[in-house]
Design a protein around this ligand. Structure first.
Ligand code: AMP
Ligand code: MG
Length: 341
């Protein structure tokens, strides 16, 4: 089966160029329009979440341990006074811990993941990026999906209202968002249904794994508005995505995919918070619980059940701005493997 050609037909044009010199990149009219638009995205996200009772916390950048759930990416070690610390691949552990103080939190969190070299040409991977990272105590997956949907819709509404000039410079027609802003709920499809759709389209998707990047692009290209995929199989995600007690082997999680071939914008889930289950899930996913001292101590003393998600800021900006590549959504882009400031 030729999955590559299906994806090629679906994906937005791959970036043929890499960033030029920092001066060239920063001062280009495109970059300046993108960064102004991204400023509107950040303002709108803070406005929406702040208005919904979320407290913004500044996330740690280094710690003894970080999210192990990044598919295929390497973590970066830091020598912290003789202790081996990590740069954060995501804020998940701190998000869960923070709910012992606040019921609704968010952070705009920098993440570093040394993605495999082959991702340098996917147009959607950076080695350094940011997430709009949200966590809600005592919430279900549905609650988290509702917040993600409301957030994306609010951001798009504000961009259309406030960034018309930037969209024009970028040649992005605001009508691309008319469907999204219609007020209709985003479609929800299970992983099982998405796999069946892909098989129907001749794409050889493994039913027990993440939807692969080519498959994601195919599904994304067939939609004109963002949509959710839910219920990923257990082996495909980190220990903190809660298993569905009513459907063993399936997680109470979701991805939000952008339309037009731009692919994944966001991943989220209801979280595991029971000490014994977390230890068992860590072992199942090949993690050594002994590394997670501070986190497991907090979990043992009790953290609230929760649900949450992280939206990739540069991915969201890329979709809104209609960019060829995600690196265009960063002032100082780190394309995997490319030496850069
Ligand atoms: P993950 O925890 O891997 O699902 O990451 C959360 C979100 O961050 C994803 O849905 C993407 O939007 C974004 N993201 C993940 N990895 C990268 C990357 N290498 N470059 C840019 N954005 C990323
Ligand atoms: Mg993901």
């Amino acid at each position: 089966m030729d999955t590559t050609s299906a994806a090629d037909a679906a994906t937005p044009r791959p970036a043929t160029t890499l960033p030029g010199s920092p001066r060239e990149h920063l001062s280009s009219p495109t970059t300046r329009a993108v960064l102004r638009l991204q400023h509107t995205v950040l303002d709108a996200a803070r406005e929406h979440l702040g208005g919904a009772g979320f407290t913004e916390l500044l996330p740690p950048i280094i710690g003894p341990v970080t999210d192990p759930g990044a598919r295929g990416a390497k973590q970066v070690d830091v020598d912290y006074y003789g202790h081996r610390y990590k740069l954060m691949t995501s804020a998940i552990l701190y998000k869960q811990a923070s709910l012992t103080a606040f019921d609704r939190i968010f952070c705009i969190a920098p993440n570093v993941r040394l993605e495999p070299l082959e991702t340098s040409s996917t147009s959607r991977h950076l080695a350094e990026f940011h997430q709009i990272d949200v966590e809600i105590a005592h919430a279900s997956r549905d609650d988290a999906m509702a917040v993600a949907e409301g957030l994306v819709a609010h951001v798009l509404r504000r961009v259309v209202e406030r960034s018309a000039g930037e969209l024009e410079v970028l040649g992005r027609d605001p009508d691309a968002f008319a469907d999204l802003l219609s007020g209709e709920p985003f479609e929800r499809r299970t992983h099982t249904a998405a796999v069946a759709d892909l098989h129907g389209l001749g794409h050889d998707q493994n039913p027990d794994a993440e939807i692969d990047w080519a498959g994601e692009a195919v599904l994304s290209a067939k939609s004109s508005r963002p949509f959710f995929l839910t219920d990923y199989p257990k082996g495909s995600r980190g220990f903190y995505d809660k298993e569905n007690p009513a459907r063993p082997g399936r997680l109470l999680n979701f991805d939000l995919l952008a339309p037009e071939g731009y692919g994944e914008l966001c991943s989220g889930s209801e979280r595991e918070h029971e000490y014994g289950t977390i230890i068992a899930r860590m072992r199942e996913t090949g993690e050594n619980p002994a590394k997670y001292g501070w986190y497991l101590e907090m979990v043992r003393a009790g953290i609230p059940g929760s649900a949450g998600f992280g939206i990739g800021l540069e991915r969201l900006t890329r979709y809104i701005a209609g960019l060829e590549s995600v690196w265009q959504a960063s002032a100082y882009p780190k394309v995997p493997g490319v030496v850069s400031p």
